[in-house]
Design a protein around this ligand. Structure first.
Ligand SMILES: [Zn+2]
Length: 378
């Protein structure tokens, strides 16, 4: 089974230019199990692009050896629109210049549309019913609006992912340890993924619906709630957002290491046959609503006293916020303290900060009661 490369044309942004997605495929569309993996929907986040760059030769070798089961779909750079948003050498790939917002927010939920497409009812046989659901999912994705370039990208990417059994959306943070986001219902698989990729912080919640990963996984979980006669439909899909460290953590060494971790997980999930050695367990999963995101109280310049991966005690000084306007420099410093004890996941990666911008993210074990529960950066 050889890899096939497909180029999917996107709307041209302006006369004389073209845009397209490059999709790497193993297996035949419709083969099960199916895995979908993408990187770079936030187009300035390249660690996942590097990981997939290294994963493809590994999968080619597995394909050559007949070890791939079902279908594998990889989109190594998911956002050519964002990648083109470059100003003076910097890619501003997180929010769309078109004004449509953050590229990883407000992804459409297809549960109602899928239920409507199944109005003739579901087969009582679970396998046949799941096949009906997958057809209805593909139809619902195909019916998404495509009038703007941003809408078209959403429709294509969700269409590629919606019927998959495993969806991994790879991102990174600013200055950060590896971490991942997944739905409560899939905690065991999230623990396995964390172990395979040596991810120290697994963040679980039951409200992940705004993101690509949430939109790709929600239908299997929600169909039972919105559709009569769907009680026998299992929650087939495991979807997760994987954050591979910080934005500048891009190298062949890290890419190779991450690709090996992804390969271990593909074997764990049965997408590739083979054996994996169990890796050391990581920290027990954290609850997303027990993650403290400390905002900066004012504009200024940060000097950190900690680094990602540190254990933090409540009340510990995380950073000094320096006010360069101060007439007396000794009076121009504000200590920023942790409101919870826990594991320090991420910091800002630029020293200049504005009021309300994120100073750090700490995963703790207690409810956050000081108002600093989010928003998150994924
Ligand atoms: Zn991201």
């Amino acid at each position: 089974m050889k890899r096939r490369v497909e180029r999917i044309s996107l709307k041209s942004p302006s006369p004389g230019t073209t845009r397209f997605l490059t999709v790497h495929r193993y297996g035949t569309p419709g083969d099960l199990p199916k895995v979908y993996m993408q990187a770079g929907i936030h187009a300035d986040e390249l660690p996942g692009v590097m990981a997939i760059h290294h994963l493809i030769p590994m999968l080619d070798e597995a394909a050559e050896a007949g070890r791939i089961r079902g279908e594998i779909v990889l989109v190594a750079y998911a956002n050519p629109i964002g990648m083109g948003q470059r100003i003076w050498g910097t890619t501003l790939g997180r929010n769309a210049f078109s004004g449509s917002g953050n590229f990883n927010r407000d992804w459409p939920h297809l549960t109602e549309a899928v239920a409507a497409n199944l109005s003739d009812g579901l087969d009582q046989n679970v396998e046949r019913a799941c096949a009906q659901v997958r057809v209805a999912m593909r139809e619902a994705a195909a019916a998404l609006p495509r009038s703007t370039a941003d809408e078209e990208l959403v429709a294509i990417l969700l269409g590629l992912a919606i019927d998959a059994d495993t969806v991994l959306d790879i991102h990174c943070d600013r200055w950060s340890t590896k971490h991942l986001f997944a739905d409560d219902a899939t905690e065991d698989l999230a623990i396995g993924l964390a172990s395979d990729l040596a991810i120290p912080a697994t963040l679980m919640s039951d409200v992940r619906d705004h993101s690509f990963e949430g939109a790709a996984g929600v239908v299997w979980r929600a169909l039972r709630r919105v559709m009569e006669g769907a009680d026998h439909i299992p929650s087939v899909c495991f979807s997760a957002t994987v954050e591979l460290r910080g934005r500048s953590d891009v190298s062949d060494v890290l890419g190779q290491e991450d690709a090996e971790g992804l390969m271990r997980f593909l074997i764990r999930r049965g997408h590739v046959t083979g054996e994996i050695e169990e890796r050391p367990p990581q920290n027990a999963p954290f609850r997303l609503d027990q993650v403290e995101v400390i905002p900066s109280p004012a504009a200024g310049m940060l000097s950190y006293r900690v680094t990602p991966g540190d254990s933090i005690e409540k009340g510990q000084v995380i950073a000094d916020l320096i006010n360069p306007e101060a007439e007396n420099p000794l009076e121009g410093r504000t200590e920023i303290r942790a409101g919870t004890s826990g594991f320090l996941i991420a910091l800002a990666d630029m020293p200049q900060i504005g009021p309300g911008e994120r100073v750090c993210m700490i995963a703790g074990r207690e409810p956050i009661t000081n108002g600093n529960a989010g928003p998150l950066n994924e």
